[in-house]
Design a protein around this ligand. Sequence first.
Ligand SMILES: Nc1ncnc2c1ncn2[C@@H]1O[C@H](COP(=O)(O)OP(=O)(O)OP(=O)(O)O)[C@@H](O)[C@H]1O
Length: 309
Amino acid sequence: MNFIEVQRLTKLYGTVRAVDDLTFRVEPGRVTGFLGPNGAGKSTTMRMVVGLDRPTSGTATVGGRAFRALDNPLRHVGALLDAGAAHGARRARDHLLALAHSNRIPVRRVAEVLEETGLSAVAGKRVRTFSLGMRQRLGIAAALLGDPAVLMLDEPANGLDPEGIIWIRTLLKRLAADGRTVLISSHLMTETALTADHLIVLGRGRLLADTAMDTFLRQHTHRRVRVRTSEGSRLHAELVRAGWAAAPDGSGGWLVEGAEPADVGALAARRGIPVLELADEAPSLEDAYLRLTADAAEFVSATPKTQEV
Ligand SMILES: Nc1ncnc2c1ncn2[C@@H]1O[C@H](COP(=O)(O)OP(=O)(O)OP(=O)(O)O)[C@@H](O)[C@H]1O
């Protein structure tokens, strides 16, 4: 009973349909990535799950119950929606102690989550002296405090350094492997691809996809091969003659759409063209996501960029 369920959920702000007839279920045992362009309705949906906003219609429940109806809700749902939520004048440990007291959470959990999030050494410092990454860790500590079966985190890697990003990725996977329900919203496609097993994608408040990561990649990308040769223009001409679409990859090689390495390798061998490098290009989540959301993005830059490292 630890799933998040959203049924026909709708939220209007004036005439803006922030969330529009949304239905999905977030299952335990896996990390679910919650994606969508700016303004797609992710935060509004998450706020309704934890009772910070009221639906115009429809329901958002945890384990079949409204968040407001849960006793000691932090013991059921840990949420990180705004890492700035802790009072700046409070010491980190006191912030967590106050949350523990008000939710009947054993005090020993405070030391445990401080340790888990790497904050033990700064537990006595005031929150206003914390860096963005330290505040983020404190927000994550608060979400973990009640040892909840459901975790919902908005941009969990925000402000974390490279070591911190690996830490949060490993932590989220472990929490899901323990059988918890983990929902993370993010705009970081590379990080989401490394962390999530399942995706829920919104566009303009509506559901665009609710799919396993590998299915999503298969559905919204096609395979391609990267090839490098000392005779680029000859290879290009041969590829085109054989019916393949090939385009420069921007660093001296070629990308052949829809091909497998064997197709390109065999063709080059038949024509006696030296191949210096030949690689299957793994489909990227960024490509798949941009393809799916192209029509649903409200705010689009003049020159959309797709390169990501
Ligand atoms: N309190 C509010 N009052 C009025 N409009 C709001 C309010 N909160 C959100 N909105 C609007 O609702 C829509 C959805 O916003 P929301 O913050 O849920 O999107 P999001 O997917 O979380 O976006 P982002 O990725 O930029 O955080 C937007 O058009 C936003 O302007």
